[in-house]
Design a protein around this ligand. Structure first.
Ligand SMILES: [Zn+2]
Length: 355
């Protein structure tokens, strides 16, 4: 099940920090338009329903926003001060390539830093607080800088897309454009071979900061089943530890099913059956507490049995995250197959927890 690398690339390289998701959502909207009427709300959520209208509805969600920075101030010399959007560690800024998305087009910027020689030895391994850092766009003055950038412009990391090994991709924003990729592909697969349930795919906004997109959608949606797709930490690098990450997650070993507070247990059992029947490899991970994903907000609405389905991603919240295309494509097939299964047999499945 090799991935559509062109789709993944166009999703990941579309700039869309929280609050500025429109370019990423436009990629989603354009790709889904041939399947039906794509809908949007003022917050920026984008969704499409495929399959027959009926009692049973399955919703799959993934968040379109990514972490980034935002311009807060431009000084007399043309340097831009920034604040983070979502979880950006200060050590990711010095010496890095950024793109400021100005009204007139992209502006390249470098994260300014003290020459290493001038940093006291005991401070060389630390990054200054973000408030003490700045981006350099090569402008000679405040006036010159303000011709290209403005307060409130969003900023993203280096727009690179690299294939490290066949099917293994390094790029920005895999959290959670990898999930959006699965959502889009699941809708395509389901539209080509629909079951009795209606499958709705919702690309949400504002997950990295306030979960506002999911909160708004939770008021609209009343499905029987909800599948929330997000990135999860891999434990298979020297920088990670399966014991401390509460489980083993390997790149290329299939999508990850959360077992615990993030998933309805009956739905999880059905997902595992469907995966086995379809020959789709899956990994299991304990979910001991809140998921810190859209699942928390959507589950609180109470109407749906929810499945937390995650994608193995290395180096989360960094300029180059890494994912395996096979995991993404496998997740898309699992979602489509699970939606067909939920619609089977007419009588709705009971998801009420029981012993
Ligand atoms: Zn995420």
């Amino acid at each position: 099940m090799s991935a559509d690398a062109a789709l993944l690339k166009s999703l990941c390289l579309a700039p869309g920090p929280t609050g500025f998701e429109a370019p990423a959502q436009e990629v989603v909207r354009r790709r889904l338009a041939p399947l039906g009427e794509v809908q949007v709300d003022p917050l920026g959520n984008v969704w499409l329903d495929v399959g027959p209208a009926g009692d049973q509805q399955v919703v799959v969600t993934a968040h379109a926003d990514q972490i980034g920075l935002i311009v807060t101030y431009v000084d007399d010399h043309g340097y831009a001060s920034v604040e983070k959007i979502g979880g950006v560690a200060p050590l990711l800024v010095p010496g890095r390539h950024f793109v400021i998305h100005g009204a007139g087009g992209p502006v390249h910027a470098v994260g300014g830093k003290k020459p290493t020689h001038l940093i006291p030895a005991d401070e060389r391994d630390k990054a200054p607080a973000l408030a003490e850092q700045f981006l350099d766009i090569g402008a000679s003055s405040r006036e010159a800088a303000l011709e290209r950038v403005a307060v409130g412009d969003p900023i993203t990391f280096t727009p690179e897309f690299i294939e490290l090994s066949p099917g293994v991709f390094g790029t920005q924003a895999l959290d959670d454009r990898a999930g959006v990729y699965c959502l889009v592909r699941a809708l395509e697969l389901y539209a080509a071979e629909p079951g009795a349930a209606r499958l709705s795919g919702v690309s949400t906004v504002h997950e990295e900061t306030t979960f506002m997109g999911a909160k708004a959608q939770a008021k609209r949606l009343t499905p029987a089943v909800m599948i929330v797709v997000d990135a999860d930490f891999c434990s298979d690098t020297p920088a990670a530890d399966a014991k401390k990450l509460a489980g083993e997650v390997k790149l290329g070993a299939g999508p990850v099913l959360g077992r615990g507070a993030g998933s309805n247990q009956r739905l999880l059992a059905i997902a595992r059956e469907v995966a086995a029947a379809e020959g789709i490899p899956v990994q299991l991970k304990a979910a001991p507490e809140a998921m810190s994903t859209d699942a928390d907000e959507l589950m609180a609405a109470g109407a749906a049995a929810t499945l937390s389905l995650s994608l193995p991603v290395r180096y989360m919240h960094s300029p180059l995250e890494v994912a395996h295309g096979d995991d993404l494509e496998a997740a898309a097939h699992l979602i489509a197959a699970l939606a067909r299964r939920v619609g089977q047999d007419g009588a709705p499945e009971s998801f009420v927890p029981r012993i």
